[in-house]
Design a protein around this ligand. Sequence first.
Ligand code: ASP
Length: 608
Amino acid sequence: MAAKIQDEIAKIFLFSQPNYKKGIMYRTHTCGELRIENLGTEVTLSGWVQRIRDLGAMTFVDLRDRYGITQLVVDENTDKSVAENLEKLGREFVIQAIGTVRERSSKNKNIATGDVEIALKSIQILSPSAVPPFTIQDDTDGGDDLRMKYRYLDLRRTVVRKNLELRAKMAHAIRNYLNADGFIETETPVLIKSTPEGARDFVVPSRMNPGEFYALPQSPQMFKQLLMVAGFDKYYQIVKCFRDEDLRADRQPEFTQIDCEMSFVEQKDVLETFEGLTRYMFKEVLDIDVDEFPWMPYSEAMEKYGSDKPDTRFEMLINDISEIVKGKDFVVFDSAEYIGAICAKGCAEYTRKQLDGLTNWVKRPQIGAKGLVYVKCNADGSYKSSVDKFYSQEELKLWAETTGAEAGDLILVMSGDKNHMLDALGELRLEMANQLGLRDKKVFKPLWVVDFPLLEWDEESQRFFAMHHPFTSPKPEDIPMLDTAPGKVRANAYDLVINGVEIGGGSVRIFDSELQSKMFDLLGFTKKQAEEQFGFLMNAFKYGAPPHAGIAFGFDRLVSLFASLDTIRDVIAFPKNNSGRDVMNDAPAPIAKEQLDELNLILNTKEK
Ligand code: ASP
């Protein structure tokens, strides 16, 4: 019986696929493969028409696929029928070409196949193309929106595809490294109960449970901790995460994490493992040896770089000069909580216009400084400043000594509320480095930022938030301060920062249900709320939870850093735009009334 059914299936298959037996040989080589060694060989190539050049006596067609471009040629020796067929061709037609490899008379050194061309014997159109909305080449005339709308055409461009190839190569390297180190790749669910990571959840209504919703994971945080309770010991996953927050160049509503968790480890074990992974990636993918990663306490990062993700490719550190500038009758400084300065090397020659430009730059609402004081350290050893009225040459010399400024340098000073000014000086530091060309994309300076505060005070809601997430362990020596000065408690939390980009972060976890309850208390959860949201994790901890810690890297960010790009959109095959839309398939979109009914949803369509 079974044999009979198989015969029937075979017949249908043969019938619907007339070429089944003969087989179609679409290509013998790719469009990036042929070299001088192949001269005289008859080959079959398939690909897209990149360009047609009709020079009268000869016509050239550039045939493209993922692997490269090969030149096809028709001349007076070619069969007439080929030339006729050629007339029907346009850009982006998919064709099959048969011909013989011959040496080019004028070689193209810029492409790997540039020594040869194919003298055509026949061509066949496999699939015609409408005129593409933009030119499919590295320097395209297509704007961002158009390219996103036709992303499948954009992805045909080598410069774009290369980024995705790099991404695949990196994912492969990550898996190699972590598999070899005994990590178990484990998938966790996408329809879950919300895990707080500080953003809004995307939610999915449940048809089978009317009025109830799943959340899409902001990260698999609780699941990976449960896998540790389950004894998995080492877990990883290259996983999609979803956060409904305002978008920027390095944020997408759905993004990918390299997510990991380890048992019976301390902070240094996690950092060692993931420093190992990162260095392996640099070597494997970019063939770059990077130095051991320094560890920098969060407090130092903030005081010296004005950021918890310091760009350490250049110095230009922030100096607190409050002590030495106060008390000289300059009211602006005397009334300020904090006065900070950076020294821009070799910028003493900045013109009035450049300095005004910088002043306007710091006054923009994004930076929000009131003004900018400057001191030029002239070549002759004198100083020229915007506050000469208040400060003597001797005093300005002290500023220079404190900030490490020498003849030829420019000191830039801002004053005001301490946290705000550190932030502003941090931004100014980056801007100056941009102007001075100190942020070379081919130089990589990774570091670990450690000892983050456990909690962050939110003025608006008058409550603490977890700086990392609620499962992060305080430093054991700081635990007593949880009752007396919670804002001062440091966490066993860490971030990997490379070139001013936060590549990833993680923490040692709380594995004791009592300490975890206390943490929920501090974060303002009632017992009932904590039970509702995290009861299953607390419960799991009652059955023997190993000490554990973990980390997650933003995979998209890591790839865009490796590719020297400014936005993660370029390393995602089908990204969303800044309003979270997929402009290609036009999502999000309304759903039909029947679908809403089935989900028990009524839309509030009142005008906003
Ligand atoms: N789940 C955390 C995050 O997404 C990472 C971690 O703590 O492992 O940032």
